[in-house]
Ligand binder design. Structure first.
Ligand SMILES: Cc1cc2nc3c(=O)[nH]c(=O)nc-3n(C[C@H](O)[C@H](O)[C@H](O)COP(=O)(O)OP(=O)(O)OC[C@H]3O[C@@H](n4cnc5c(N)ncnc54)[C@H](O)[C@@H]3O)c2cc1C
Length: 393
């Protein structure tokens, strides 16, 4: 087999096209946080703009608003996207998690109904899985969806649903067989978040954002055509979604390469190159971001050749979440007390202050990396058992 280490002419042309489009269309000012009502709508508008250029999800088939590009081309898109600090994707749960899941498990009617609106940002999606007693142990979930004619009657309590305060639709996991235990009897059901009987309560976040929510279901009626896959198949479909989440698409390497680049710039501007421990941390961050990129190119090439992502997705998730945390910790060390300037001052301040704010916001968010998309302790259990073949504890 020949290993291709250069980008092809077609890939280079694509890179040029993306770069030009971003240059022409990127908002002149950074958008407000999508964890605020105004910021959420500004980001929704950006999703529309991306869609109008057919860049909202480049790997999706053209019939659903994509370009049918392969995963290497997607990585190129991501590199260009992060290079110019383009806005965060407010619909990332829809675009990267629910969309691919629906393409695999949805009916043709469901695909036609949901995917175009998802791609264009008309509908922003929230993941509605976790419960107060069912996070790491998701199979312990207790919320029920009981069949009543052509509807499910849904009751229960979900929590930690990202941006559900502002989003339009949720993809949820419910127990359709209330007598069932653990992974059996679960179903994957989608619903509008403004369904009567669905009550959303925001959870204030460490960084002041207000998008996180808990969701209460009180006899909410959801039509049975909103069931994805077969009744009782929810666990395997959810695991497919989780595979997309951890394995490849949620956190592309470009995100971390850009942070590593900013870290080098920060080190230079702070004049701290004489501190060997800080310099070593920055160098390590740079190398780790490059290593993550190369590993992702390898995974993408394998998938293009017909391979699949298995339990090694957990290795990926542990790596990027710890890398993100390490990079932001180093930045906060470099900034020292100045990092505290973030409050008020940075929001409307000079570019230098705004950058401090960005590092501090990034640091606070990076603390969540080892928890969301499956806590790292759980990922390590998966790696031990399914990648290394160690005995179950
Ligand atoms: C920023 C963020 C966004 C999120 N977004 C969403 C969302 O959109 N939708 C959604 O449904 N959920 C979301 N979550 C929830 C997330 O999936 C859960 O927080 C996560 O699965 C952990 O569950 P938990 O919080 O209940 O912690 P717990 O499961 O109670 O775990 C607490 C601690 O115990 C450890 N632990 C638990 N079991 C074991 C074990 N068997 N072995 C070793 N250690 C163990 C965990 O690793 C963790 O450190 C989000 C979480 C965060 C932080």
């Amino acid at each position: 087999m020949t290993i291709q280490l250069q980008y092809s002419a077609k890939q280079q042309a694509l890179r040029g096209e993306i770069r030009q489009w971003l240059q022409d269309n990127l908002p002149k000012e950074a958008l407000p946080s999508y964890d605020t009502a105004a910021g959420f709508e500004a980001h929704r508008q950006w999703e529309r703009t991306l869609h109008s250029g057919r860049w909202s999800m480049v790997t999706w088939p053209e019939e659903f608003g994509g370009r049918g590009l392969d995963l290497i081309e997607w990585l190129i898109f991501e590199e260009e996207y992060y290079r110019v600090d383009a806005p965060g994707r407010v619909n990332q749960n829809g675009v990267f998690l629910f969309g691919p899941t629906l393409m695999e498990y949805g009916t043709p009617e469901q695909k036609a109904r949901f995917l175009p609106r998802l791609a264009s940002g008309e509908d922003i999606w929230a993941q509605v899985w976790s419960e107060p007693q069912a996070g790491s142990d998701l199979a312990a979930l207790r919320s029920t969806a009981v069949r009543d004619g052509d509807h499910y009657i849904v009751n229960g309590h979900k929590i930690w649903s990202t941006r559900a305060v502002f989003a339009d639709w949720g993809f949820g996991l419910f127990r359709t067989d209330p007598t069932s235990e653990r992974h059996c009897g679960l179903s994957y059901i989608v619903f509008p978040l403004d369904t009567p009987g669905v009550r959303i309560r925001g959870i204030p976040q460490l960084d002041g954002g207000a998008g996180f929510a808990e969701i209460f279901f009180e006899d909410a009626r959801i039509p049975i055509e909103n069931l994805v896959g077969a009744e009782g198949q929810g666990w395997s479909i959810a695991m497919a979604t989780a595979g997309f989440e951890r394995g490849l698409m949620l956190r592309s390497p470009a995100r971390f390469q850009r942070t590593a680049q900013r870290l080098v710039e920060l080190l230079r501007s702070a004049g701290m190159r004489s501190d060997p421990s800080i310099e070593a941390s920055v160098t390590q961050a740079w190398m780790d971001a490059e290593a993550y990129s190369l590993a992702t190119y390898m995974t993408a090439s394998r998938l293009i050749s017909g391979g699949s992502i298995g339990a090694e997705a957990s290795l990926n998730k542990v790596f990027w979440s710890e890398l993100d945390l390490a990079m932001h910790r180093t930045a906060i060390q470099i900034l020292g007390a100045a990092a505290e300037l973030r409050s008020h001052l940075g929001r409307d301040g000079t570019p230098a202050l705004k950058d401090v704010t960005r590092w501090m916001d990034g640091f606070l968010f990076s603390l969540a990396g080892p928890i969301y998309a499956g806590a790292n302790e759980i990922q390590r259990n998966i790696i031990a058992e399914r990648v290394l073949g160690m005995p179950k504890v």
